[in-house]
Design a protein around this ligand. Structure first.
Ligand SMILES: [Mg+2]
Length: 227
């Protein structure tokens, strides 16, 4: 399951990251912030991730830019700031409750759950820590820049192949049935018609009416709908 927008739905935390992303685009392309804001939004909407847009338009090398982007957008001082300024927010408890219901139900049925995020592992661990959720409740945290995913990003097709290979090796089973939950429609498209994948769109407002015509994508408002 995805992290931002699925497990982590703290508006302030996500806004901080979005701002850092705009700063990154501004300094990388040497443009002003209003232009960077517009371009960042456009790249995200068109390519599913800012870096994939920069790669396509400016020939950026993801092997170099993914680690650089992660260091810039998720610096330790920002994570510390988020931890400190949001620690009393009740939304962490709300998110933990939703997640705990799902994790308990999956535990009960022997279904392992994994994090699959474009954010770096340090970000995912910060979010789980704020929610007071033990990271060991997940089979693995698959995140950009790690040994499994490396410098690939959702929605690149290759990243889903890497994740499947990793999980099938981990469990010694081929043709695993994988249920994948993401709040980005872009990220579901590469697997929506793939065998042994079930694409689940987390869309709390269920506003994307186009999805209602796609029988291969299941839509849900919150994690407890899966139980
Ligand atoms: Mg997301």
């Amino acid at each position: 399951m995805d992290m931002d927008g699925v497990i982590l739905r703290h508006p302030k935390a996500i806004t901080h990251v979005s701002r850092q992303c705009v700063h990154y685009v501004a300094q990388k392309l040497v443009i002003d912030h209003p232009s960077a804001y517009k371009l960042n939004k456009l790249l995200y909407q068109r390519f599913g991730h800012t870096l994939l847009g920069l790669e396509r338009l400016y020939d950026y090398d993801l092997e170099k830019t993914v680690p650089e982007f992660n260091d810039y957008v998720y610096p330790s001082y920002l994570l510390g700031h988020i931890v400190w300024t949001t620690k009393e927010d009740p939304i962490w408890t709300d998110m933990r409750k939703d997640l705990a219901v799902l994790l308990d139900a999956c535990d009960h049925q022997g279904i392992p759950v994994h994090v699959f995020s474009n954010a770096p592992e340090v970000w995912c661990r910060m979010a789980l820590s704020q929610m007071n959720v033990d990271p060991l409740r997940f089979g693995s945290i698959l995140s950009s820049g790690d040994a499994v995913v490396q410098c690939s990003l959702k929605p690149q097709k290759v990243v889903y192949k890497k994740v499947r290979k990793h999980l099938e090796t981990k469990y010694g089973v081929s043709d695993l049935d994988l249920y994948f939950i993401d709040d980005s429609f872009h990220n579901l498209v590469p697997v929506m018609d793939q065998p042994k994948w079930r694409a689940i769109h987390m869309d709390k407002d269920k506003l994307r009416t186009k999805n209602h015509y796609l029988t291969s994508i299941h839509t849900l408002r919150d994690l407890t709908e899966l139980i």
